[in-house]
Design a protein around this ligand. Structure first.
Ligand code: IMP
Ligand code: MG
Length: 181
């Protein structure tokens, strides 16, 4: 069994790069069909979605495709809710656009729920969610997922853009935290 050690933890191979590539190709094909006339704006959520976005977008053939990169910065605010999330780098006007959010993973869904709330305020015509990985059993918020690469269990994963404490983003395969170690 292929494993990788990052910091103090050992991870086991979960999905091979070729299988992930195939799922992304299928997603691109669906988007090319469904968004044919939409002049879509892809919104890449950094850092985690960089690799997924690169793999997907080079297969998008829809005329008028645009790409923007944004980062959600979390910091402890002074409000009672504790955490404030700010969207950095969004310069495009979303009004009337078809916006496709590209995320690496939806876990509890909290990050995506905040992001959707924020982006709805900018009056896009359509707001679509595309995520490479989804942990449906971890959901704390209802997120309408329009495009999903792989539904997964609740275990912690790394690779394919996802990190464990800064390491593992470069791995082309996906690994899962070894539950027995
Ligand atoms: P959520 O708000 O709980 O949906 O999680 C959002 C963020 O947590 C994701 O965008 C990832 O950056 C990170 N995350 C969630 N699950 C994992 C995982 O299994 N491995 C690495 N990062 C994760
Ligand atoms: Mg992320």
């Amino acid at each position: 069994m292929k494993t990788v050690t990052l910091h103090d933890k050992t991870f086991l191979l979960l999905l091979r790069a070729a299988d992930i590539d195939r799922a992304i190709a299928g997603m691109a094909e669906r988007m090319n069909r469904e968004l044919r006339d939409a002049r879509p704006l892809f919104l890449v959520i950094l850092n985690g979605a960089f690799m997924f976005a690169s793999d997907l977008i080079k297969q998008i053939t829809v005329p008028g495709t645009q790409i923007s990169f944004v980062k959600v910065a979390s910091y402890s605010g002074t409000r009672s809710s504790g955490e404030v999330r700010e969207l950095i780098g969004l310069n495009e006007d979303l009004a009337g656009r078809t916006v496709v959010i590209l995320e690496d993973i939806i876990d509890t869904g909290r990050s995506m729920a905040h992001l959707l709330d924020h982006l709805r305020g900018k009056h896009p015509d359509r707001l679509l969610v595309a995520t490479l990985f989804h942990k449906p059993a971890a959901a704390e918020c209802h997120i309408p997922v329009d495009y999903c690469g792989f539904p997964l269990g609740n275990d912690f994963i790394v690779g394919r853009g996802l990190d464990y404490d800064g390491l593992g983003r470069n791995l082309p395969d996906l690994y899962v935290l070894n539950p027995t170690v």
